[in-house]
Ligand binder design. Structure first.
Ligand code: ZN
Length: 381
């Protein structure tokens, strides 16, 4: 297990799921297997961890993973998650684990199902194996689960004791997902740089400095390879971009830890989740829009490079079909003032920006994400 004991600030969240000061911060899964058909080769590793498994996943991902597990002689108890990772689901999974005497959890699918499986294993102190079936998030890597309300609104995140015991990144499974999911993963992974550079710009901690530089490398890989990867699903470049969104993005979060945090891009995402009409858009698609809003806020403060970065991203987003405006995530102009107010609620990640923001400024940023950067007016003072 890769662990580094760190003295760090507790992770604050409204439910008090805090890592105590001096706790271990986990950087990476104990074992990562990647390649075509790796699930079919994982029998011994799975049986070494547990004999009685719970499989947590969505309908599509479970129908992909279950027969492959059965072919290995593993017959898990199955919970199909058709909804958000909520406190109610957390309790439900705890009950199943206790009743069925489960010894390990296999979490498959996208971010929400994997978060639910990781959290269930965390609560029951069991090993967890993650099997992503999309490239949409780095949830298969991280020691973090996000909790949503039954209506789909982001509530808070829960730091977990460890990263997964085993991560199986099987390209054959990921390739079955719609291309849109990988584009969303690219949006979420790009945010690592734009957020870490802001939250940790001043840090002198070597691990954080390294994480920020890794995030920059991750951004560069995605800027160069996102378009060719999506044009050739399953190809070598596509596999590299899947590695970047699922593994490298997770590594940045692991190395950077709690001090290399989400800022405005995820703050905008979290605000958007309060509008049910945005639920048709994936996490990474909303985060991608959030990056543009964050960059607009930086531009409005007079950070000239933010405008250059936004123009670069707009060019990419148009090519890989990531949303650039509120209208492209299903919201109208009439929704924008309430959204700006929601984003500015106390505790939102947007308040980690190195400058204070008002709802009026956020509203302006929300409404001007596609404004040509060269014409940006920098307010006096
Ligand atoms: Zn994210």
């Amino acid at each position: 297990m890769v662990r580094i004991a760190m003295m760090e600030s507790p992770c604050d969240n409204p439910k008090g799921n805090t890592l105590p000061i001096g706790s271990e911060s986990v950087i990476a899964p104990r074992i990562v297997l990647r390649g075509r058909g790796v699930l079919a080769q994982a029998r011994e590793r799975l049986l070494a961890l547990a004999r009685r498994w719970l499989l947590v996943g969505g309908q599509t991902s479970s129908s992909l993973v279950l027969p492959r597990l059965q072919a290995l002689g593993i017959a898990p108890v199955q919970v199909v998650t058709l909804r958000e990772c909520t406190e109610a689901l957390r309790q439900e999974l705890a009950t199943v684990i206790a009743r069925q005497r489960i010894a390990g959890v296999i979490a498959c699918g996208g971010g929400k199902a994997i978060d639910a499986g990781k959290l269930a294993a965390h609560d029951a102190q069991l090993p967890v194996v993650t099997i992503p079936t999309t490239g949409a998030t780095c949830a298969a890597w991280t020691a973090l689960s996000n909790i949503y309300s039954p209506a789909g609104a982001f509530q808070y995140d829960v730091p977990l004791r460890t990263c997964p015991e085993l991560l199986l990144l099987d390209y054959d499974l990921v390739q079955t997902a719609p291309p849109r999911t990988l584009a969303a993963g690219i949006g979420d992974a790009l945010a690592k740089w734009y957020e870490a550079a802001v939250s940790s710009r001043q840090s002198t901690d070597p691990l954080v400095v390294m994480a920020v530089q890794q995030a920059r490398v991750l951004r560069d890989i995605l800027l160069q390879k996102a378009v060719p990867a999506l044009a050739t699903p399953g190809g070598e470049t596509w596999q590299q971009v899947v590695d970047a969104t699922v593994l490298l993005a997770g590594l940045v979060g692991g190395v950077g830890g709690a001090r290399c945090r989400a800022v405005a891009a995820h703050g905008v995402h979290n605000g958007l989740t309060h509008w049910p009409q945005t639920h048709r858009w994936l996490h990474g698609e909303k985060v991608a829009l959030g990056i543009l809003v964050q960059l607009r806020l930086e531009e409005m403060q007079g950070y000239p490079l933010a405008g250059v970065a936004r123009a670069q991203l707009l060019h990419l987003y148009h090519q890989i079909h990531l949303p650039c405006t509120l209208a492209e995530v299903g919201l109208g102009d009439e929704d924008a003032p309430a959204l700006a107010a929601q984003i500015c609620q106390p505790g939102n990640d947007i308040h980690r920006l190195p400058f204070a923001v008002t709802p009026a400024q956020v509203l302006e940023a929300l409404q001007t994400t596609t404004q040509p950067w060269a014409k940006t007016q920098v307010p006096a003072g």
